[in-house]
Design a protein around this ligand. Structure first.
Ligand SMILES: Nc1ncnc2c1ncn2[C@@H]1O[C@H](COP(=O)(O)OP(=O)(O)O)[C@@H](O)[C@H]1O
Ligand SMILES: [Mg+2]
Length: 391
């Protein structure tokens, strides 16, 4: 309704006498002022409504069901599609009750039998149609809001369920991985205690060695799990310091090579491109590169070579670690960055399956990306791209 409280009506009626009569009735109405725009064809009505979307607003449409350019109910969907929120009252001839009721079923708010119309009936029907349409519209929006809420809640529940499942899987993998070294310790300690006199010094030494290895294994597992926990709770912060990347990498290579001297693997380090001092988180870098180089060594045959390339790019640095080791089956490649995932070809090579999960989290924390390219039997190349954060 307009600000002045008048009701704006679009009358679509080809019979001029009927149209005049209706307009006359509306003039006589006491309760409200009705302003009427009259057209004779459906297409003119549609044109008027489209124009109306830009200018004023119609409150109701009075629609004759026998028009020259549209027969019967086919006018209804045309109008409803054009402006779905305007109520429609259809005008029918006597004995057309069936058609009238079908019109209401298809979206009209009310119907009037032309010869029976009088002022009161017409005014009542118009008011009723407007009110009914308003209630329907508000129900429709409420419904939409509710549907939206239900969708959101369902998505939340699915997410919560996934997280829950992930957590219980994590706990069961972790307990399994802790039980293994604990069993080793229990067994070796038992052997040492029960056979103290009978064991040779070498045997004793080997049992103690097993205990130490198992403890080291557990300690590493706990360190890795606590890192993943930190990352998951958003506590993996990026503490940036100014770093000479090349010197840092060379030192890291020396450390790793020293720790795996018995495998006699040569790490060939190369740097290329522009490498200016920039801001890096030393601990994140250590986790990323340390894990990738250790993996390259661990999954390569003794005596082979691992290439480590540092490539300065315009706004980023690429770290590429390439080995000629066992490679990774294609099917396993996508899951490797999830905790506890190990490829099917690891055989008896020990590991927790947490290293790459940590690498991925650290790369994310540094705003970078990681790619893997690998072929079983030929080797693997891991590439990490980290954006350059200038001083
Ligand atoms: N350089 C590599 N060559 C072959 N396989 C690799 C390599 N790096 C990682 N993988 C595979 O990815 C898995 C996950 O790696 P990671 O998370 O570091 O766990 P792990 O403790 O087993 O080394 C490994 O178990 C192995 O199957
Ligand atoms: Mg590893």
């Amino acid at each position: 309704m307009t600000a002045t409280g008048s009701v704006k009506i679009l009358l679509i009626e080809d019979n001029l006498a009927e149209a005049r009569l209706l307009q006359e009735f509306l003039k006589q109405a006491q309760s409200k002022y009705f302003s009427v725009v009259h057209v004779q064809r459906l297409q003119d009505g549609v044109k008027e409504l489209s124009r109306d979307q830009l200018f004023g607003a119609y409150d109701v449409i009075l629609l004759d069901l026998t028009l020259p350019d549209s027969e019967g109910l086919s006018s209804l969907p045309t109008l409803i599609n054009c402006l779905p929120s305007i109520p429609i009252v259809v005008l029918t001839n006597t004995n057309d009750d069936k058609l009238a009721i079908e019109a209401v079923r298809q979206g009209a708010q009310d119907y009037l039998v032309k010869r029976q119309v009088n002022v009161d009936l017409l005014v009542r029907s118009i008011h009723y149609a407007i009110e009914r349409k308003q209630v329907l519209e508000s129900l429709r929006t409420t419904n939409q809001t509710l549907e939206h809420c239900v969708e959101e809640r369902t998505a939340e529940l699915v997410r919560a369920k996934e997280i829950n499942q992930f957590k219980s899987e994590f706990v069961s993998m972790l307990s399994h991985d802790i039980r293994n070294p604990l069993n080793t310790i229990l067994l070796a300690a038992g052997l040492l205690q029960d056979n103290d006199n009978k064991l040779s010094t070498e045997k004793k030494h080997s049992h103690f060695q097993m205990i130490r290895a198992a403890i080291k294994n557990m300690a590493q597992l706990l360190d890795e799990v606590s890192l993943i926990g930190q990352a998951d709770s958003g506590r993996l912060q990026c503490d940036l310091v100014c770093l000479n990347l090349e010197a840092f990498c060379r030192q890291l290579v020396d450390e790793v090579q020293l720790a795996s001297a018995e495998k006699q693997i040569t790490i060939v380090f190369h740097s290329a491109g522009k490498l200016e001092d920039a801001l890096w988180d030393e601990s994140l870098l250590r986790h990323i590169l340390g894990n990738l180089i250790t993996n390259a060594i661990k999954y390569s045959p003794p005596g082979s070579t691992v290439n480590f390339d540092l490539i300065g790019q315009h706004h980023a640095i690429a770290f590429r670690i390439q080995d000629y080791g066992i490679g990774i089956p294609e099917l396993d490649q996508q899951r490797l960055f999830q905790p506890f995932q190990r490829a099917e070809n690891v055989g008896s090579i020990p590991g927790t399956g947490l290293g790459l999960a940590i690498v991925k989290k650290c790369v994310d924390a540094h705003g970078g990306e990681i790619f893997v390219d690998s072929k079983v039997g030929s080797g693997s190349t891991f590439t990490v791209i980290l954006p350059l954060l200038n001083l």
